[in-house]
Unconditional design. Structure first.
Length: 398
């Protein structure tokens, strides 16, 4: 919602093929989950903290290998700018421990509970020691910590162990392993037949169970179009025809001009398996992605929101299709099914496959940010920024 970064695409998807950006853009879209009946509000993931240079060196220093990092606002700032009091946020939920999801919890009042997968507890700084720390003590201090333990539940949704967070069927947490220790996703009910709506609908908050919609799509329920993308699709201007794109499907090397029909229903990528993979268990992560595809993405009543899907930010005639907290705080996503938003953005991931020039060369999508930014100033490399941050801290202590 507030941060931008650019990271090598081979960390996220496999098989790596030039086109799906040599740089995969990180754009985490967040919004509050509100249970009006109970008067409760939660935030699922917090993006990157604004002062990312203050992260522990073990997780901060690898950012030097990114193309760039720029965080203009912390999520709490965006909430306040949207007239949402932090005192009204009862819960922060981390999908997992990575820095582009955990933000700065210390900005929330002590009344806000921090929720995370049970395995994250083993990464607390008092367990790892300072030299190996991936968290700051302030990430956990001064508030109730709730470790989500799926072993205590025999309830499943879509084949995943699940917990009913509020106890009323409105919001569930699901155990979605593979990417990181204790990784979890969420399923939010958006309409209910019990409440008089025509259909039960949901939004699945995937976290980093996969990073690119091409890991889920195309599929049997949503085959790749033959000649033209659906008229409802947006964000695909200037893209090649579906038939031409299919000839670049990385799982079906072309031996002729004919399109392999199996490519129409086979996801474009799998989760990353190489040396730079961000998955602690790629095989388990692939199983999780397959399960998400079958149980949720192929269903017409479930909108799957992948954290790094830039299609969630796509605009139609200069206006965002999906309302976001920092653009339209007065709107919500509950009517996504009625308004056809899933159909509109379902194929926007194809725009990230890169475009061919007149010579047939595929050019990757440009990164969303270049350079390393601190307090509005751009630095050519992260090490210069880190040094300036250190000097600034020394001056403050003097």
């Amino acid at each position: 919602m507030a941060e931008r970064a650019a990271i090598g695409a081979d960390s996220y998807g496999s098989p790596y093929r030039r086109g799906w950006a040599d740089v995969a853009s990180v754009g985490v879209v967040l919004g509050p989950i509100e249970n009006k009946n109970l008067g409760k509000m939660a935030v699922f993931d917090l993006g990157v903290r604004k002062d990312w240079w203050n992260l522990p060196p073990k997780v901060r220093d690898p950012l030097a290998f990114c193309v760039g990092v720029k965080v203009e606002k912390d999520v709490p700032e965006v909430l306040k700018d949207s007239s949402i009091s932090l005192n009204d946020i009862n819960d922060v939920i981390w999908s997992h421990s990575h820095i582009d999801h955990r933000g700065d919890v210390s900005l929330f009042p002590p009344s806000t509970t921090l929720n995370y997968g049970k395995e994250v507890a083993a990464l607390k700084p008092d367990v790892t020691g300072e030299a190996e720390a991936v968290f700051l003590a302030s990430d956990f201090a001064g508030r109730r910590n709730n470790e989500i333990d799926f072993s205590k539940s025999d309830f499943k949704i879509g084949g995943f162990p699940a917990l009913d967070f509020y106890g009323d069927g409105s919001f569930y947490l699901l155990d979605t392993p593979g990417h990181d220790h204790g990784h979890l996703s969420a399923l939010a009910r958006t309409t209910s037949t019990a409440a008089g709506h025509d259909k039960d609908t949901f939004i699945f908050l995937a976290g980093d169970a996969c990073h690119f919609c091409g890991v889920l799509r195309p599929n049997v329920s949503h085959p790749f179009p033959s000649r033209h993308f659906p008229d409802s699709s947006i964000g695909l201007s200037g893209i090649e025809s579906p038939e031409t794109l299919l000839k670049r499907h990385p799982r079906f090397p072309q031996s002729s001009d004919a399109v392999n029909e199996a490519s129409r229903v086979t996801p474009w990528y799998g989760v990353a398996t190489g040396q730079l993979s961000t998955f602690v268990d790629p095989m388990l992560g692939q199983n999780t992605a397959n399960q998400i595809r079958e149980a949720f993405d192929e269903m017409d009543n479930v909108f799957v929101a992948v954290c790094h899907d830039l299609g969630l930010l796509v605009q139609d005639n200069g206006k965002p299709v999906l309302p976001s907290l920092n653009k339209a705080p007065q709107e919500d996503l509950n009517s996504w099914y009625e308004k056809g938003w899933k159909d509109k953005v379902y194929w926007t991931w194809a725009n990230e496959l890169g475009k061919k020039d007149e010579h047939g060369k595929v050019h990757p999508q440009e990164p969303v940010v270049i350079g390393f930014w601190m307090n509005g100033k751009r630095y050519g490399n992260a090490h210069d920024l880190f040094e300036e941050a250190r000097k600034s801290q020394d001056r403050m202590k003097a």
